[in-house]
Design a protein around this ligand. Sequence first.
Ligand code: HEM
Length: 519
Amino acid sequence: MTDIQYYSTFFIISFISTLVIRSFSKKTNRPRFHLPPGPRPLPIIGHLQLITFPLDQFFQKLSTKYGPIIYLQFGASKQIIISSASLATEIFKTQDLAFASRPPFAVENRLTFVASSFLNSEYGDYWKFMKKLCITKLLSPQALEASSGVRRQELRSFLRKIVESASLLKPVDVGLELSKLTNNIICTMAMNTNCSSNDDEAEKCRKLVQETFEHALKLSIGDVLGPFKWLGFWIYGKQAVDVERRFDGMLENILKQHEEKREENSKTSQYKDLIDVLLEMHYDNQAEFKLTRTQIKSFLLDIFVAGTDTSANTMQWTLAELINHPKVFKKVREEIDSLVGNSRLVEESDVSSLPYLQAVMKEILRLHPLGSLIPRKCREHCKIDVFDIPKNTTILINTYAAMRDPNLWDDPNEFKPERFLISKDTQKTLARQDQMEGQLLDLLTFGGGRRRCPGMMLAFHTMSPTVAAMVQCFDWTPIEEGREADAVNMEVRKGFIHVMEQSLVCTPRVRLNPLDCIA
Ligand code: HEM
């Protein structure tokens, strides 16, 4: 189904169904709330007819007219959109607990893994337990230190492939290769399976994660349909169930392989990977939380969905911006050369001594926040500014708009890494100073508060050395429609997340052969 067919179906079904809902609904004595402003809604469909894509840019445009907090209604789905850094900070810091849940996913009960997902879960004991597990076993500073060898090895495999293409003067689908790289890193970190030496299995996993993501977006049509949400499942559910079934099969195999080794390992006190720990919690009747097999699989799917294409797409944006800004590219390269020289490859441990590279990464995360609409649910009735936020309302925090706010950032749409090198006393406003404090930690790109992305440091440990190596070792010529182009097309895909319309394809030319530097 093409995008146009998809959106027309989406529109027609939501229109008909909300019409039906209306005709059956009775008038109730609902409390009167002082809701945020917004455009005048049409009966039944609300603001559906106004929507344009990309969605974050559509909300940004509305916010310039109606302000930083807007109330919108899409069919049966009602939401409040937040577009300023100060209101986002209020949600993430001052009222963090009240906004610590995610909105329910329309058809989650029909999809086993989605129903058990901790990423989408309500705030509560299950979420707390899974988040702790995720951090201690995978994302704590100690776990990241322990997995640095995995990232090093996978980065070298990635660079080898680029050198091969360069020697054949063959264009590389950089987006695809970066997606394989991050997938291999997460696969190996989570499952202790060397994915780059088992390309088929890793590729199967990567495609399944992508399909899961695409189907989840399509199924979100159910939110608009209210009580008729099953219609959304009726149209798209079959494919989603099929993806779940295939993912289940793949993970079941991996769990069985670990179970076979379990007995052996327990005698030899061998290193336990994440799956070993999860299986222990599955078999131990005394465990603090006895995990089901489905919860284990759902947890792994969460880690893949959250941790792979997020970093890959961000790196893709980075290389694209660097190609389009040759002076910045040159400056990053000079910084690396002066620190590292030309006889060894730049390493993860060098990044802390490369301030300009770090500024580039921050500027990319400001301009291109991948999940630019962060979904939260209000757990109790509360107020933002002077407006009522009724209990269970869905909130979308538009980090794309907040981080391009002209009141906070000079030339907000320009790629200017230097802004992150400015000393604190020359910053423009207090709000911005607050945002800059701790630099990495307060970038809204990773959300905030209890639900803030726990993978932020892993993302930096993966992205910074990869980008550094791509700049240190290669020159890149972008390819558009099969021909060399002067610049990369920076168009954003017309959808729900902030990704490039087309995967970045480039011809690499070796400048410093990484294979000569790799022992
Ligand atoms: C550039 C890369 C990444 C970006 C831009 C990103 C962004 C985000 C955002 C915006 C959220 C929602 C935060 C909120 O509600 O306040 C999130 C949640 C999450 N991220 Fe990331 N992320 C990235 C990489 C990663 C990585 C590498 C992992 C590692 C597995 C990861 C794991 C998670 C998890 C588990 C959650 C759910 C947290 C929860 O609901 O409690 N992310 N991420």
